[in-house]
Ligand binder design. Sequence first.
Ligand SMILES: Cc1cc2nc3c(=O)[nH]c(=O)nc-3n(C[C@H](O)[C@H](O)[C@H](O)COP(=O)(O)OP(=O)(O)OC[C@H]3O[C@@H](n4cnc5c(N)ncnc54)[C@H](O)[C@@H]3O)c2cc1C
Length: 468
Amino acid sequence: MTSDRNETIVLGAGLAGLTAAYALTRAGRGVQVLEGARQVGGLARTVTHADFRFDLGGHRFFTHDAAIEALVRELLGPELLTVPRSSRIRLRGRWIEYPLKARSALAGLGLGTSAGILAGYARARFAQRLRPKPLVSLQDWAVAHFGRPLFELYFRDYSEKVWGIGCNEISAQWMAERVQGLSLGAAVRRALWKQGRELPTLIDRFLYPRLGIGRIAERLREEIERTSTVLTDTRIERVHHDGRRILGVGARRTAGEIERTGLEFLSTIPLTRLVQALHPHAPAEVRAVAAQMRFRDLLIVTVMLNRARATEQTWIYFPEKDVPFGRLHEPTNWSTAMAPPGYTLLVTERFCFRGDTTWNASDAELIDATMASLARLGFARRAELHDARVVRVPAAYPLFDVGFEQRSRVLHEYLARFQNLQLAGRGGLFRYYNMDHVMASGLEAAQSILRRGADIDTVAPLAMEGAS
Ligand SMILES: Cc1cc2nc3c(=O)[nH]c(=O)nc-3n(C[C@H](O)[C@H](O)[C@H](O)COP(=O)(O)OP(=O)(O)OC[C@H]3O[C@@H](n4cnc5c(N)ncnc54)[C@H](O)[C@@H]3O)c2cc1C
């Protein structure tokens, strides 16, 4: 058993856990980061496949937080590229540029549909001013902010594809957080006059590491390992406690089980997973709430092509149900270093639940269906397929169904009893966070630990079986 008087145990080596560990090691604290996967970075990792590299869905780095931007610049320096953003949405077989450009929207949708959208928007804004209604579901929110015609044309199908449940079952809060202040009015004003605040949803340039977004996590790991440890292939299965403090964790590695004790604990693994791993068990009613909270999972099908380029966009969105994936991106449009010369790759994102037919489909079936769609859309021919890779990504999105806030609160309130436990990150807090938010949440959690200062005399000695 390893026990260090000065040790914080960090659960999960995504950007939240690594940023926290980095801040703690910079402050002279000993840290052990325990990660279930064989690679660090979590959702923000870059997969290497022969000479190709790809993220799990293209990850752009953008933030309004100067401290987080300074940290990323300090870590990556000249590796950072500035990439112009250009996205398209495929609607009714036509292409529309996003952020909206007046001419492209008109050409793509036609005058009649565009006029209908604007009229629907005006009606919805007027109705909401006259008789404001509570906005409970995504459907309420999108209709109130964009009007019914645009909701039906775009938001309904895309949201249902992403979440796998009806728009009236998805919480309005997801939409409000996701589009952060965007309304059709703001989008149209920007399309016509380029006015308005830089909303994260609309920004048209972002930072990207030359070798993929996973470089942020890799650089954090290098810095942490100057003085502390990052242990991959270490899946946490038990979290031991005495009702007031966390005492240690039990984890499974390929080589066998290990146990770790520590003074402070910082969890970035899915909130529900943490509650389920508590030993002794959390009360039945708390576990029942955890069991009702779900994550949406993600399946990435990447095809490598023996052609130099297939698209011109950063992202392309496919709300319609006749295309099996919701979004695709071509990493070589972000950085030419992501494929060898003369080749390119397309990364498609499918949203699913672990264990459903999409998740369980064989790699060969998934690659075949993806190539068929790409051929139909005109992006690639079967003869150009050089190689392919399927990656299944559990717990990609906390599922914000109606009522999730109350359920999440129950878990947070229960966990608050543990005096030496901090939570951070997207799944760790059950928040719809981007990379900059999770990094900030990691820094905050590290600061709480540093402020508190560990008093080792209050920690009960832990006797655990099977420790190594
Ligand atoms: C498709 C997609 C596209 C995105 N695009 C962007 C973007 O363009 N820009 C942006 O800013 N953000 C983007 N994000 C969001 C971003 O990926 C996340 O906010 C961020 O990576 C979350 O970091 P995290 O550390 O909180 O969680 P995670 O990355 O989920 O890290 C948690 C870690 O815990 C590990 N873990 C889980 N269970 C256990 C266990 N039992 N034991 C040990 N380890 C465990 C996991 O393996 C993982 O490494 C995107 C997300 C997705 C899904």
